[in-house]
Design a protein around this ligand. Structure first.
Ligand code: FES
Length: 243
C-alpha cells in the first residue's frame, strides 16, 4: 500500500474554483441526493475537479468541503484513499502503465523503460516540456491484450518498447494515435483474424432457434447479423470502455 500525501506547499495553487460548466455538473450531482446527504457527491466533485485541473490540490479539497458542508479531513480522507485521484501535478498526458502480473509477463518492463527514457526517469514527475508524466497502475482489465497502458480514457494495447516510444513521440507532436491494439490485430482476435466461430451455418442455427423455431436460412443470418445492435461498429474508440 503506498503512502499518499498532498503535494508540497510550493506546488499547491493559491485557490481553486470550478469553471461554470463544471460547477453545473457538480450541482447536478449534488441534486441527486436527499437533503442532508450532499456529502455523497464528494467523489463526483473531486473527479470533476481532477478532470478540470489534472490533479487534486489542497485548495480543491477545501473548496469541495465547503460546497458539501463537510469537514476538510473527510474530503482529504477520500482524496488520499482512492489512488485514481492524482495528488500532484501531472503532464498534459498522464501515461498509466499497467505492471500487474499478466502485463509484466508480457513485457511491461519494456513499456516502463520507454516511459523512463522518453518522459522522466521517475514516475509522478512531469517531463521538462510539461507534456507528459507517467505512473504504474494495477490491472486495468485488458490483460488479454497485455502489455497495455491508459492515457485519458483510451487504452493502448499489445505494446512493446519501440511501440511505446513511438506513441509518446506522437503525443508530443500533437497527434492522437488510434487507441486499441498497436500490433494490427482487431480487438483481442488472434493476429491475422478470427480462428473460431467461422462456420456461418452454425451461427445461423443457434441464432434462429430462439426466433422461429430453428429455421436455419441465409436470410435469417442476414437479419440476425445486420439487426444486431453491435453490427457495423467500427471498433471501439476506447477499447477499455467496451469490455
Ligand atoms: S494485468 Fe495489465 S491489464 Fe490486466
Amino acid at each position: 500500500m503506498s503512502v499518499r500525501r498532498l503535494a508540497p506547499d510550493d506546488v499547491q495553487p493559491s485557490s481553486f474554483s470550478f469553471d461554470p460548466a463544471n460547477k453545473d455538473r457538480v450541482e447536478q450531482w449534488i441534486a441527486k441526493y436527499p437533503e442532508g446527504r450532499q456529502a455523497s457527491a464528494v467523489i463526483a466533485a473531486l473527479w470533476i475537479g481532477q478532470e478540470q485541473e489534472g490533479w487534486v490540490s489542497k485548495p480543491m479539497i477545501e473548496h469541495v468541503a465547503g460546497l458539501l458542508h463537510m469537514p476538510f479531513i473527510r474530503v482529504l480522507e477520500v482524496a488520499t484513499f482512492y489512488t485514481m485521484f492524482n495528488l500532484a501535478p501531472v503532464g498534459e498526458f498522464l501515461v498509466q502503465v499497467c505492471t500487474t502480473t499478466p502485463c509484466m509477463l508480457r513485457g511491461s518492463d519494456e513499456v516502463v523503460a520507454a516511459c523512463k527514457k522518453h518522459i522522466h526517469p521517475r514516475p509522478h514527475t512531469v517531463s521538462s516540456d510539461g507534456k507528459l508524466s507517467w505512473m504504474e497502475v494495477e490491472c486495468l482489465g485488458a490483460c488479454v491484450n497485455a502489455p497495455m497502458l491508459q492515457i485519458g480514457k483510451d487504452f493502448y494495447e499489445d505494446l512493446d518498447g519501440p511501440k511505446t516510444e513511438a506513441l509518446i513521440e506522437a503525443l508530443r507532436r500533437g497527434e492522437v494515435p488510434q487507441p486499441g491494439p498497436q500490433n494490427g490485430r482487431h480487438t483481442s482476435e488472434p493476429l491475422g483474424g478470427a480462428t473460431t466461430l467461422l462456420d456461418r451455418r452454425a451461427i445461423i442455427r443457434v441464432s434462429g432457434a430462439g426466433h422461429d423455431g430453428g429455421q436455419a436460412t441465409e436470410e435469417n443470418a442476414k437479419v440476425m447479423v445486420e439487426g444486431s445492435p453491435t453490427h457495423g461498429a467500427a471498433g471501439p474508440t476506447s477499447p477499455g470502455t467496451t469490455r
